[in-house]
Design a protein around this ligand. Structure first.
Ligand code: WTA
Length: 653
């Protein structure tokens, strides 16, 4: 196609040709076991969405009152299952007790110090009802916003579900955020209550969560009550009379028989704040029925869930992955979920593998940043443990570099477990593109194909469809049940950010390419594209070329201003231990040149001990752009995990 009609499409330079077929033993037992089955589902959801989703919702959610309209779509606003009444907590907990599966384990929990707890669905039902009763006693009503700032304890999931049970809206704030961030979120959402704990265990230390919350509450005028779980103990937890109450004083004494409240389908279920590239965080809003159905069905399809699976998602409930794939998805599907409180390297770097062995985990869902850390820590930690219970592996949060994918496949999956590389966003509510493990041959680095109900579209700068093998902006062309319903309190930002660029279509903010086999490759955020001498390159391809060098562990690539080329390529690299000298530098440049060509050869390579990442583990290229250009850091750094790594890079520049 000519330059004029492919305005600003992105060049694709990395060629990945490896293909891995699902093993016949896996396919035979799979939930979706033939390509035709997928094609039928996909075609039905695309061509007759009302009929498709009517059946799905009727079969997979409990309805106190039936809905009379499947989807009312007034772009950019969607109402799903209009007129119906359901309850996400009922679907996730009570429905299983009702169906006679109350004795099945819902949660297998392990604390960082090694303490453990299990909850059957029946026990979970009682705990959730007690918590809901306590919230009501403390004055929480339907529509009130409750901030939850807690360690990964069962009570975190219980608190979320208790809100859902009574129609309160939870806003989970990851327990690594500062007092300032908590206050911002409390104020933006007009939160009425904060649920927290005295402390949090992290790598053998106790972090004083309640003290941080106190600092936030001094600046959160809407918060009337603070409910505090005793997790770490000690007598020194500051409690303010009239505002702060202990969980064990209020919740433990409740009868635990409050039923789930029938709620309109579009009742707000939660707000989850996610960082914008600049400015204040956005409160992404999800509602009850559509979100619940999307989380449940995508869980069942993608993780091929079977009755005897032991499923472990290593995310924190502070992120969307924890909401959809620790709480609402797997529990609605009646799964047994492992939940772990602590760090992957405490007391040693083999903690995850110890847990997999101990609980005979069959499905493991983690993030590329973790996989790269495991590679860096060394294979001997993995080799100590029997991982033969695993049958399926998942990845989420960032693109997984093909070499990290290969390591995950071989070292953790023993070459036998399919990998589902799942692409989605806080905004999409659940997985949008992923292999279906029984049928989709996988290519390392590709999230493969859209799930039923997802109609992707890739466009150039002018909004025209780009050709196969060309990169462009990834949009979604049809509403889907799990889609965000808005940004809390900011309609204008919602419309501008997601619905204005390509009117009527959801703009994901990511770039992607679709290959000749119809496989999708996510090329990173739109803002991360580098423009070298008129060629638009995606950062992940150059990074993946660097990571394929045996001495490179992680790489982040950004553009910096260059008089001649427009932008030059600057790479930041962490190594697996080899000395970082000029020789390695030359070798790496040559390596990229050989892998993908002279055009993509980095102009600068800098070695660093760590890359700046968000608290959920994503590389923050935006900040590295400033470092590479020698600029002052601009924009919001509240989500940065490790300020020190960045400060060090700046000092050295
Ligand atoms: C990125 C996490 C490539 C992407 C569920 C997206 C990915 C953003 C993948 C959303 C993947 C997530 N491959 N990129 N499999 N998964 N991303 O809101 O840029 O924390 O837009 O949701 O992460 O991040 P969020």
């Amino acid at each position: 196609m000519s330059e004029a009609t492919q305005s600003g499409s992105i060049d694709h330079v990395l060629h990945e040709r490896r293909l891995f077929h699902p093993k016949p033993e896996f396919t035979q037992k799979a939930v979706i076991s033939t390509v035709e089955q997928y094609q039928e589902l996909y075609a039905a959801a695309r061509d007759t969405p009302d009929a498709f989703w009517r059946d799905q919702a009727n079969e997979h959610l409990h309805w106190f009152e039936p809905f009379d309209e499947v989807c009312r779509w007034e772009p950019p606003h969607a109402n799903w299952f209009v007129g119906g009444k359901t309850n996400a907590c009922y679907n996730a907990v009570d429905s299983h007790v009702q169906a006679g599966r109350g004795d099945k384990l819902a949660i297998i929990w392990e604390g960082e110090p090694g303490d453990t707890r299990t909850l059957t669905y029946r026990e979970l039902q009682t705990e959730v009802a007690k918590c809901a009763e306590g919230l009501v006693e403390l004055g929480i009503q339907q529509g009130d916003v409750v901030s939850i700032y807690m360690p990964m304890t069962p009570e975190l999931a219980i608190a979320m579900l208790a809100c859902a049970r009574i129609g309160a809206v939870h806003s989970v704030i990851f327990a690594g955020f500062s007092a300032e961030s908590i206050a911002d979120r409390n104020n933006d959402a007009s939160a009425k209550m904060v649920i927290t704990s005295d402390g949090l265990n992290r790598r053998g230390n106790v972090l004083p969560l309640k003290a941080t919350v106190d600092e936030a509450l001094a600046k959160s005028p809407t918060v009337q009550t603070c409910l505090v779980l005793r997790r770490t103990g000690g007598d020194d937890t500051p409690m303010t009379a009239g505002r702060d109450v202990w969980w064990h004083d209020v919740i433990d004494k409740q009868p635990g028989d409050l039923a789930a409240k029938p709620l309109d389908s579009e009742t707000p279920l939660f707000i989850l704040y996610t960082s914008g590239s600049t400015g204040k965080p956005k409160g992404i809003l999800h509602t009850t029925a559509g979100y619940n159905l999307w989380a449940k069905r995508t869980f069942q399809w993608v993780f091929d869930h079977r009755e005897d699976d032991v499923y472990w998602c290593t995310a924190d409930c502070g992120w969307i992955t924890g909401h959809s794939y620790i709480v609402y998805g797997p529990l609605s599907a009646g799964a047994t979920c492992v939940m772990y409180e602590g760090a992957p390297n405490h007391p040693a770097e083999d903690r995850f593998w110890e847990l997999v062995e101990k609980y005979k985990v069959t499905i493991l869902y983690t993030a590329p940043t973790a996989v790269r850390a495991f590679i860096k820590w060394g294979d001997h930690h993995v080799d100590k443990h029997d991982l033969s219970s695993l049958r399926l592996l998942g990845s989420v949060g960032e693109g997984i570099n093909p070499e990290a994918w290969m390591w995950y496949h071989e070292k953790i999956g023993g070459g036998r477990c399919p990998i589902v590389d799942t692409w989605w966003q806080t905004e999409t509510g659940g997985i949008m593109m992923s292999p279906l493990p029984g049928i989709t041959p996988t290519k390392p680095g590709s999230c493969t194909k859209p799930l039923p109900g997802v109609v992707p579209m890739i466009v150039d700068e002018l909004g025209n469809d780009v050709d196969t093998e060309h990169g462009g902006k990834l949009c979604i062309a049809q509403p889907w049940p799990g889609m965000l319903r808005g940004i809390w309190g900011d309609e204008q930002r919602f419309v501008e950010q997601y619905w204005t660029d390509v009117p009527g279509n959801y703009l994901t903010g990511d770039n992607a390419r679709c290959d000749r086999d119809g496989y999708y490759w996510i090329m990173g955020r739109i803002d991360d594209v580098i423009n070298v001498s008129g060629h638009r390159l995606s950062t992940i391809e150059v990074e993946s070329a660097l990571v394929s060098h045996p001495d490179v562990c992680e790489a982040a690539v950004v553009g910096r201003p260059d008089d001649l080329k427009g932008q030059a390529i600057a790479a930041f690299v962490t190594t697996t231990g080899r000395e970082c000298n000029d020789e390695l530098l030359k070798e790496l440049k040559l390596h990229v040149r050989k892998q993908i060509g002279a055009l993509a050869q980095p102009d600068d390579i800098r070695f660093t001990a760590a890359l700046p990442k968000t608290r959920s583990g994503k590389i923050m290229r935006r900040l590295l752009r400033d470092v590479a250009a020698g600029r002052e850091l601009a924009g919001d750094t509240s989500t940065l995990e490790d300020l020190a790594s960045l400060a060090k890079l700046q000092e050295e520049s």
